[in-house]
Design a protein around this ligand. Structure first.
Ligand code: ATP
Length: 280
């Protein structure tokens, strides 16, 4: 039977402005998101049996219908009115519930993979419309460019080119629920949103836009996040911030060596997750 193995990359948020609460429970956001080369690996095999099987074997990631990748596969099989099924295996390299968008990326990758395997020929635009019903960050991973994301995350515009940087990801493993973060967020009338530059010629220009409104909830509850940021800056990062609703912190470095040195100094002996990656 036809099969495919694909990489599903993680993302970081250079910026996350919360603009307001909507009546449907979501929040209107303005985000700048970029993909990094820390990837889950997803294998998809079409089968003659109509069932969908999803396995992952990682704590905290449901197998079967609870997995967002399962829902993505079902959407496309239903749309194709296909009698086939799929066996999907996810090798999880992206930390779970970490602010790195791992589940959304898995779902986006399954939508793109099933589109190809089933020969549906759906446009990225159509896949993004299907994806947003599965999760607000799913369309971004189908868009495949550094993006300004507005609305709940589904209105995407390509950002100007940015210089490649080395990114140190550190996740201290504290449990942060995205729902809890948004519930506890104090929305203040912020007036005009800061204008974002049109040109990003240096790592400093990327650092000039770093901001994440969700840190105001997560950092008081988990001061370790601020400690990691401060240590990264002390160890040579040009900028450091929490990604998404956390708890992963990313530091931006000019070269791999300084990122690796900071990684050793920060995480050796802690048991924390860390990875030195590049932007995509
Ligand atoms: P975001 O940055 O979009 O808020 P996240 O990186 O914080 O996402 P995920 O790793 O996507 O969070 O996981 C959120 C929850 O979704 C987990 O608690 C997990 O139980 C559930 N989940 C379902 N399918 C998956 C999947 N394929 N990978 C990871 N988590 C999944």
């Amino acid at each position: 039977m036809k099969s495919l193995t694909l990489k599903a990359p993680a993302k970081i948020n250079y910026r996350l402005d919360v603009i307001g609460r909507r009546s449907d429970g979501y929040h209107d956001l303005r985000m700048v998101m970029q993909r990094v080369n820390l990837c889950d690996e997803i294998s998809i095999t079409l089968t003659d049996e109509p069932d969908i099987t999803v396995t992952c074997g990682k704590n905290g990631v449901p197998d079967g219908p609870g997995n967002i990748a399962w829902k993505a596969a079902r959407e496309l099989l239903a749309l194709a009115e296909s009698k086939l099924g799929a066996i999907i295996h996810i090798t999880k390299n992206i930390p779970v519930a970490a602010g790195l968008g791992g589940g959304s990326s898995d779902a986006a990758t399954v939508l793109m993979g099933m589109n190809e395997l089933l020969g549906l020929g759906l446009s990225d635009q159509r896949l993004m419309e299907i994806g947003v019903k599965l999760g607000a960050d799913v369309p971004f991973f189908i868009f495949k460019k550094t993006a300004l994301a507005e609305g709940i995350g589904e209105h995407l515009k390509a950002m100007p080119d940015m210089p490649a940087v080395w990114v140190l990801l550190v996740n201290p493993g504290v449990h942060v629920s995205t729902a809890w973060v948004y519930k506890n967020l104090q929305l203040t009338n912020r007036g005009e949103l800061a204008k974002l530059p049109y040109f990003y010629g240096s790592i400093e220009s990327i650092c000039s836009i770093l901001s994440n409104d969700l840190e105001s909830v997560t950092i008081p509850a988990f001061p370790v996040i601020a400690d990691i940021k401060n240590t990264m800056l002390r160890l040579g990062a040009a900028g450091a911030m929490m990604s998404g609703s956390g708890p992963t912190v990313f530091g931006l470095f000019r070269d791999k060596y300084s990122a690796e040195k900071a990684r050793e100094a920060l995480v050796d002996g802690t048991g924390w997750f860390a990875a030195t990656v590049q932007t995509l």
